[in-house]
Design a protein around this ligand. Structure first.
Ligand SMILES: [Zn+2]
Ligand SMILES: [Zn+2]
Length: 281
């Protein structure tokens, strides 16, 4: 079995209205790409902040600018397709109850929990770059992985997205001096306690860091802690479905992981990890 659960039907750009991307034709392009890549389980997880309902969780200016669409119309559309229904939901500290209400009111198959922001600044967004104001790598990495731990522990999410996203810029931003395992530790402890699935995401291979999320050392600590893994590409275009899966499958194999998580109705089961079909990326 191969899965691709963390998918977006449109790029993270302005002027990407639902009427152009939430269409049967666009979904067919994703399904076709999945078929070619031998991916049996395909689900979509649009960013929560693109929906007006997200403003109940957070009123960050970026969210105010992005929240345009209706969440229920999205759910209804995805249910009219063969795709599993997911959502990528940011962990917003202090908004746990409101987040739970938003998620429980809809029949998602799974919820991908993300940390993109540390306080008011983002680790992966140039417009809100955390590194502009805080050049201190030790502080940024510590705060990021503490937020990730809280995200895992919140009990709101099924999959912990791109677990070491803070590395996204690679050497283009300051990197801490100490062994990164020092930063991973609180997050891995929270992962173990919560039982959340850890995402292996090939999105990092399309970013300046040019590495799978999470780093090998992080993944080893998760294996040690007994965490299950979920496999995704975080595609924003049909061409990115299953992107870099040969490398992800090798990565998981090297860790001795031979099962991945499959979700339906927010229930999880493990299936044997499949082999990739040969495909030119
Ligand atoms: Zn994300
Ligand atoms: Zn995403």
């Amino acid at each position: 079995m191969l899965t691709d659960y963390h998918l977006h039907l449109r790029p993270d750009e302005p002027d990407t209205p639902p009427e152009r991307y939430f269409t049967a034709e666009n979904v067919d392009r994703y399904l076709e790409a999945a078929r070619e890549a031998g991916i049996a389980e395909l689900g979509v997880s649009e960013h929560v902040y693109r929906f007006t309902q997200a403003l109940d969780l957070w009123r960050h200016p970026f969210w105010e600018e992005q929240a345009r669409d209706d969440l229920d119309a999205y759910c209804e559309f995805v249910r009219s397709t063969p795709l599993r229904l997911g959502i990528e939901c940011d962990f917003v500290p202090g908004a746990e109850d409101r987040t739970a209400s938003l998620l429980e009111a809809r029949d998602f198959d799974y919820v991908v929990g993300s940390v993109h922001f540390v306080g008011e600044r983002a680790v992966d967004h140039e417009g809100w770059d955390v590194w502009e104001r805080k050049g201190d790598a030790d502080e940024v990495w510590s705060r990021y992985f503490e937020a990730l731990a809280e995200c895992a522990r919140a009990g709101l999410f099924d999959i912990l997205a791109h677990p070491d996203l803070v590395k996204v810029w690679g050497s283009a931003r300051p990197l801490p001096q100490r062994d990164p395992r020092h930063y991973y530790e609180p997050a891995v402890e929270a992962i173990a306690e919560s039982g959340i699935a850890v995402e292996v995401s090939t999105a990092g291979l399309r970013k300046p860091v040019d590495e799978i999320y999470p780093a090998r050392a992080f993944a080893e600590m998760c294996v040690e802690a007994g965490a299950p893994f979920a496999l995704s590409s975080d595609a924003h275009l049909p061409e990115q479905v299953g992107f870099g899966y040969e490398r992800a499958i090798e990565f998981l194999g090297d860790l001795g992981v031979n099962e991945i998580c499959v979700f339906e109705g927010r229930r999880r089961r493990l299936e044997p990890l499949g082999a990739p079909s040969v495909r030119e990326d």
